[in-house]
Every structure is written in structure tokens, then in C-alpha cells.
Unconditional design. Structure first.
Length: 276
């Protein structure tokens, strides 16, 4: 009781608390500094690589996320050790606990494995426009993590989907895309008129909007707009369906489709061809 009431006891206690607090503050400060430094270091590291911009952004996002968790865990263990808690049993207990909840964490493991292969196989990258699970989710990839992928829809909603839930993914950003436009024309229309209209459209669009189309090293469109053919005429009350296709640059896929439809409407009307 005398020791507890004595002045030296409180002085020693305050010194201990102060020293522990200083160490804790130092750990927090160093963690913050390392987080900032690691962000700059990772960005500069990927600048030196020859990866594409989207793949580089994806791997950079993943590495930043992974290192953040590692630093937080290490800092937390250091703080616990500083205040006198033995971290060895905690780490060992975490291993035993991991085995105990392993069966309950199967989904998490599936997420991690799927996320790894999405990134390793470069199925899609940050900035790509994708369609997930046959159109259930459509939008631009904002981040790809080991556990989940974030996609921003056209309406600007942020959708987070667990990687293990991604069964089918369609990527609209892989250098080349084929714009496909269907148009229904009355059955009594001469097919040669449609061919002439598409030929005129092809010449005009490649001259006025050459940036839309995929070109060879000489700058010549690989596949300018062309009439693919009569796609369907049976069981179609609206008329015969014709298909027009062209190879375009992936970033102009939607624009090319819109311009091709607009040009078809204008050209066919100019030739007195009704669109069914």
C-alpha cells in the first residue's frame, strides 16, 4: 500500500506510460510515412515497366491495397508488443483459428484465388468497359482486388462484386472490336440498293471519321463498313434483316455503332428505302 501511495511509484508509472506512448506515436508516424513512401515507390516502379497503362494501373492498385494491409497488421502487432502483450501466442492462435474457420471461409478463399487469376491472366484491367455474367453488370472497371472488383455503371453507380461471383466476363477494350448493326428493310426492296447504300456509307465514314476504324500500318482500314449479308428473313414480320459490320478501335466502339446507324438511316431515306 505504501508503494502504491508513494511518489516514486507514480513517477515511475508516468515515465513508463510516457515512454510507451512515445513508442506508439513513433510506430504510428512511421507507418504513415511508409504508407506515403510506398505509394510513390510503387508508382515509380511501374513507370519503369513496359506494361500497358490499364494493366499497370490494375497491378498498381492491387499492390497498394496488399501492402496497406500488410503494414497495418505489422504496425498493430508492434503496438501490442510495445504495451507488453505477447504477439507470439496471438500469431499461433491466429493459425489455429484460421484452421478452425477454414470451412467457413471457403468463399473468401475462392474470391482470392479467382482474383489472382483475373489479374494474372489479364482478363480485364482498370479502365476497361466490361459486361459481367451475361449483362447483369455493365460498366467501367474502377479497381481489381484479390477479393472484389469495383465497377462503375453508366448511371454512375458503384457496384462491388465478389470475384468468385464473376462467372462470365466480356471485355470491350482489347484493341479491336467489330461493330455490328442490324437494319430491317421491307421484303420488296432490291438488295442491290442496300449494297449501294452501304458502299456509299463506307466511303463517307472512312473519309470523314478515319479515327474510328482499325487500320493497318499504312493507315488503311482493316475492315471498313460492309454489308455482311441478309441475316434473317424467315418469321420476321418487320421485313428482311440486313447486317452491316466493321472493325473499329476499342475506345470508339460505341461511337462507331451510333455513327453507322445514323448514316444508315440518312442514306436509306435518301434512296427512298423504308426502314421496317
Amino acid at each position: 500500500m505504501a508503494d502504491w501511495m508513494g511518489k516514486e511509484f507514480w513517477i515511475d508509472g508516468l515515465k513508463l506510460v510516457a515512454s510507451k506512448s512515445i513508442v506508439l506515436a513513433f510506430i504510428v508516424l512511421m507507418t504513415w510515412v511508409v504508407l506515403k513512401v510506398r505509394k510513390t515507390a510503387i508508382k515509380r516502379l511501374f513507370v519503369l515497366t513496359r506494361l500497358g497503362l490499364k494493366q499497370r494501373d490494375t497491378l498498381e492498385s492491387l499492390l497498394l491495397s496488399f501492402t496497406k494491409y500488410v503494414l497495418f497488421i505489422v504496425a498493430a502487432l508492434m503496438c501490442l508488443s510495445n504495451i507488453g502483450i505477447q504477439v507470439g501466442p496471438i500469431i499461433a492462435g491466429a493459425g489455429v483459428l484460421g484452421l478452425a474457420v477454414g470451412f467457413g471461409a471457403q468463399t473468401l478463399v475462392k474470391d482470392l484465388i479467382t482474383g489472382f487469376f483475373i489479374i494474372f491472366e489479364d482478363q480485364f484491367s482498370v479502365g476497361d468497359y466490361v459486361s459481367i455474367n451475361n449483362g447483369q453488370i455493365n460498366g467501367t472497371v474502377m479497381s481489381v482486388g484479390l477479393r472484389a472488383t469495383k465497377i462503375r455503371t453508366w448511371a454512375q453507380h458503384m457496384v462491388v462484386i465478389q470475384n468468385s461471383e464473376i462467372k462470365v466476363s466480356q471485355n470491350y477494350n482489347r484493341e479491336r472490336m467489330r461493330a455490328i448493326v442490324n437494319v430491317s428493310i421491307p421484303f420488296d426492296t432490291d438488295p442491290s440498293v442496300i449494297e449501294q447504300a452501304v458502299h456509299a456509307i463506307s466511303h463517307r465514314l472512312t473519309e470523314t471519321m478515319p479515327h474510328l476504324f482499325l487500320t493497318d500500318p499504312d493507315g488503311v482500314p482493316v475492315e471498313p463498313p460492309k454489308l455482311y449479308g441478309l441475316a434473317e428473313m424467315e418469321n420476321n414480320q418487320l421485313g428482311a434483316k440486313y447486317t452491316v459490320t466493321c472493325l473499329v478501335k476499342d475506345e470508339h466502339f460505341w461511337t462507331a455503332g451510333r455513327e453507322l446507324r445514323k448514316a444508315l438511316v440518312h442514306e436509306l431515306r435518301a434512296r427512298d428505302v423504308a426502314i421496317a
